[in-house]
Design a protein around this ligand. Structure first.
Ligand SMILES: [Zn+2]
Length: 263
């Protein structure tokens, strides 16, 4: 039976360096989207290992899509969890991955964005347990997906209690993304904190349609100008754009988040 990560009191983590004791089991899920090849870097460099804080292992979630450098083969893997034993290729993968998730105490699902968005952490809900984990990532923004309506359904992290999806900006600067991933992973595995604080947001249902991209210029996590707020009829200063340019094919300029605090 796996160690129960968060039932171990946090003071026990640092105090006891006996390598034979139970440490939380971490699973890195790489290449959930096959073309987001920062996953290959993680798989190659952190395939299995153990230190006094964690025991870790990495898997390639979608091997066929990864080898073809495609997002998916038949269906977006990150929309079909928990999958089906006799479904299409991605449904079968989701089903197989779902079987191993319960053997781990913490699951990290690694992604890369085609846009220049800031590196971002996504969680279902920022529970005290996940807050403890997130603090070790050198990432300024944490977004909660739980809108109370299950908007994250079908995603890998919807299947676990302690799940985090990481989105690294700028798919095309692969080397730099790998360097940033390495920094955060070493922060987590060694429990080293890089940042004094992180911004926490909640994902909203609203999105901004693509036609507004002709008159408004947004950047991820940068406050809306007074003009933009007036044009869009938004009067809350805590609303920020996110995924700018990431959903063009769906006719969406950006999605919106609401800042709910700082941790
Ligand atoms: Zn992805």
């Amino acid at each position: 039976m796996s160690s129960k990560f968060f039932s171990i009191k946090s003071k026990d983590f640092g105090a006891n360096h006996n390598p034979s004791r139970l440490v939380p089991k971490l699973l890195n899920v790489c290449c959930t989207h096959g073309n987001e090849q920062v996953g290959c870097f993680i798989y190659d460099n952190y395939s299995t290992g153990k230190n006094h804080n964690f025991e870790w292992r990495s898997i390639i979630a979608n091997p066929k899509a990864m080898s073809l450098n495609k997002r998916y083969i038949e269906q977006d893997l990150n929309r079909v969890f928990p999958g089906k034993a006799d479904g299409n290729y991605e449904e079968r993968l989701a089903y197989q991955i779902s079987q191993i998730l319960p053997n781990h105490d913490l699951v990290l699902d690694w992604h890369q964005s085609i846009t220049n968005m800031s590196d971002t952490i996504f969680v279902k809900k920022l529970t005290p347990n996940l807050k403890e984990v997130c603090q070790y990532f050198d990432i300024a923004h944490i977004v909660e997906l739980d809108k109370g309506q299950g908007g994250y359904q079908g995603t890998l992290i919807s299947q676990v209690e302690n799940g985090i999806a990481l989105e690294y900006g700028n798919l095309h600067n692969h080397q730099d993304a790998c360097r940033r991933v390495q920094r955060s992973l070493s922060g987590l595995l060694n429990k080293r904190r890089f940042r004094k604080f992180q911004n926490v947001y909640r994902m909203l249902d609203q999105s901004i349609s693509l036609e507004f991209s002709k008159i408004l210029k947004f950047k991820d996590f940068q406050g809306l100008s007074r003009d933009a707020m007036e044009i869009l009829g938004i009067d809350d200063l805590n609303i920020y754009p996110v995924f700018v340019g990431g959903y063009k094919e769906e006719g969406i300029y950006c999605k919106l988040v609401q800042k709910i605090g700082i941790v």
